[in-house]
Design a protein around this ligand. Sequence first.
Ligand code: SAM
Length: 283
Amino acid sequence: MRVEDFDMFATLLKQRSGLVLTKDKAYLLESRLMPVARKWNMKGLDELATTVRTRKDEALLRDITEAMTTNESSFFRDTKPFDQFRQVVLPAFLSARAAKRQIRIWSAACSSGQEAYSLAMLLQDEATRTAGWRIDIVGTDISAEMVERAKSGIYTQFEVQRGLPIQMLVKHFKQMGDKWQINPNLRQMVSFREWNLLQDLGGLGQFDIVFCRNVLIYFDQPTKGRVLEAIARIMAPDGVLYLGGAETVLGITDRFKPVDGQRGLYTLSSGPGFNAGSLKAAG
Ligand SMILES: C[S@@+](CC[C@H](N)C(=O)[O-])C[C@H]1O[C@@H](n2cnc3c(N)ncnc32)[C@H](O)[C@@H]1O
């Protein structure tokens, strides 16, 4: 690939999705954009680059942006955040929101939906404690293809084998040939929409619990800061934020602070903090 084409694609991707592509990732551009060139009946990346320069076709730019996203995900990814959610965070919110009986959870950059459905499964297992509550789980991703996959709730054998305990598979999925589909009652608990984290987030409403995991790693520092600050603006004052194992707010923004003793969990610096004590109140 010509250097000027790499630079043009890298600039485009940074602007549209926040993705930072360093020169050592040129091979990724080539392998992921070839299918886009083929889909658009182009001979190769030279023609693709020329077309992008001369014709600002939104559908083509979207295809390029989506093709460059890494959509790796799995059920109960990294296990610990979900154990912590079940044992610490959920009980604290059941206590803190006892009057309102409403909790809104956001799986930001949800990919094909495994994180959102993992949370739905945990909540379903707590059904006796959450009866009469309204608990919304919203999954969003920049990729229209991933959002469609998430909505379908259909996963391959390989996907359900990664991280999903067999009892959960049997309880919450129905086999469809060689695939598995999440049961309708769980699909009803989750809604998915296309949303770019660089866009204004205001339209999503306010969230109590935000999972924004394994997406900031693709951004540069200023973009991480901008996204974290936008997330902070749509969180409840006592809300919590989960980041991925390789991500942090430290050195990026002072809008959030880590929750003592709870790895990967952050709370708003301006808020009352996370009251793990309410765990006791919740019994
Ligand atoms: C590696 S996956 C992480 C999925 C899930 N959060 C997890 O931890 O398993 C990263 C996801 O971020 C999405 N993404 C990348 N840039 C985005 C942006 N600017 N806005 C929203 N989603 C984005 C990608 O489409 C991809 O599905």
